[in-house]
Write a protein that binds this ligand. Structure first.
Ligand code: CDV
Length: 361
């Protein structure tokens, strides 16, 4: 697809898909796999490596666990001791990223220690900048699927994110990633109006986690901050379930997986198009202890097409060189929000959560 006429802002990005992580796999082994993907990405010129949701462990919300069994899955963030970058489970990834000059998005289970010593748990991601040598972005998953109480029907699949995590409290904060593209306009470069500097600064990044990618509102809040790259890691069950946690019995496993893949791609492609941004959507995939997760790691263009797609359900690097200038034409034409949006008619989006149907005739 041809670039727009604005100057190219090229960056090579890597979606670091992970194959299954089983209950018996040690944190160290998983970290080794992630480091290997990071090395390969850097060798091939990538400046950004995106890992899945809850990357370091199996997708534990599928199990009903006691508090003591849960602890092992979390990384503790204690303001008095430092954040996730101090965790021995994670630090080597960021140290290596700094040495290789490659940024990292990674999902993890966050145990946030409060002033009174209690903790709140979140399903989180951070963006580590190699250029800044620190975390420059943080996100806590807002849309938590599943139930608080375990489903009781025989054979039901559990999805206990609502039990283990609190909904994210940070909103959808876009941020700029320094050093990702060459020649980015800086505040110190001079006085520019917002129109003059639009699309010329350091890349604007947004982060979502798994189920969030299905919610247009989340993308739009980032879109309204000029997001150019959306990073999203996921663990998505390879079959759609009913409200009671059962597989749809009229579908073969193949048809079920095809449907899950369709909805995943529709969400990523549609929302990338409607917000004129690239998106890097990265799976943890394969069967974790017999529990199938869909693959479908994709890098999507602002015009909605898939640039690159994973071919396996294993650890796999999906690499693409993207031109952020490609966001510019749709952002200044069909999706020039300032010209065409009509927020005076969007009240129901803020005023209600669920559906209110028109009165019966
Ligand atoms: N980890 C997830 O958020 N998974 C959900 C499943 C449960 C539907 C998803 O939206 O992919």
């Amino acid at each position: 697809m041809a670039s727009t006429t604005s100057s190219p802002r090229l960056v090579t990005v890597a979606a670091c898909q992970l194959g299954p992580v089983h209950l018996a796999d040690s944190r160290q082994d998983v970290l080794k796999r992630m480091l290997s993907l990071l090395e390969q990405a850097a060798q091939q010129g990538a400046k950004l490596a995106v890992f899945p949701e809850l990357a370091f462990t199996t997708f534990f919300p599928r199990y009903l666990l006691e508090e003591t069994d849960l602890d092992q899955y979390f990384d503790v963030e204690d303001p008095s001791k430092g954040g996730i970058e101090q965790s021995p489970n994670v630090k080597p990834l960021f140290d290596r990223a700094s040495a290789l000059g490659i940024d990292v998005y990674v999902g993890y289970a966050e145990r946030s220690i409060q002033k009174d010593g209690t903790h709140i748990d979140y399903n989180s991601s951070v963006y580590y900048s190699a250029n800044a040598n620190k975390i420059v972005g943080k996100y806590r998953k807002v849309h938590l699927p599943g139930t608080v109480e375990p489903r009781t029907e025989p054979g039901a699949v559990q999805q206990l994110e609502k039990r283990y995590f609190r909904p994210g409290d940070l909103g959808f904060p876009a941020f700029r990633a320094p050093g990702l593209v060459e020649g980015a306009l800086k505040r110190s470069s001079g006085q520019y109006t917002a129109t003059q500097s639009a699309g010329k600064g350091d890349p604007i990044i947004g982060m979502l986690i798994c189920n969030d990618r299905r919610w247009a509102e989340a993308w739009r809040v980032y879109g309204l901050q000029g997001m150019e790259i959306l990073c999203c890691g996921y663990n998505t069950t390879a079959f759609p379930t009913t409200a009671s946690g059962h597989q749809l019995d009229h579908l073969t496993p193949e048809a079920a997986e095809e449907m899950v893949m369709l909805h995943h791609k529709l969400s990523c492609q549609g929302n990338s198009y409607m917000n004129a941004c690239f998106s890097i959507n990265v799976a943890k995939t394969g069967a974790e202890d017999g529990n199938p997760l869909v693959g479908g790691t994709i890098i999507v263009h602002p015009l909605g097409h898939i640039i690159k797609e994973a071919q396996t359900k294993e650890d796999e690097l999906v690499l693409a060189t993207i031109d952020l200038a490609d966001c510019h034409r749709p952002k200044s034409t069909v999706f020039a929000f300032e010209k065409h949006r009509r927020p005076e008619h969007y009240h129901p989006i803020l005023d209600r959560t669920g559906v209110i149907e028109p009165d019966l005739l």
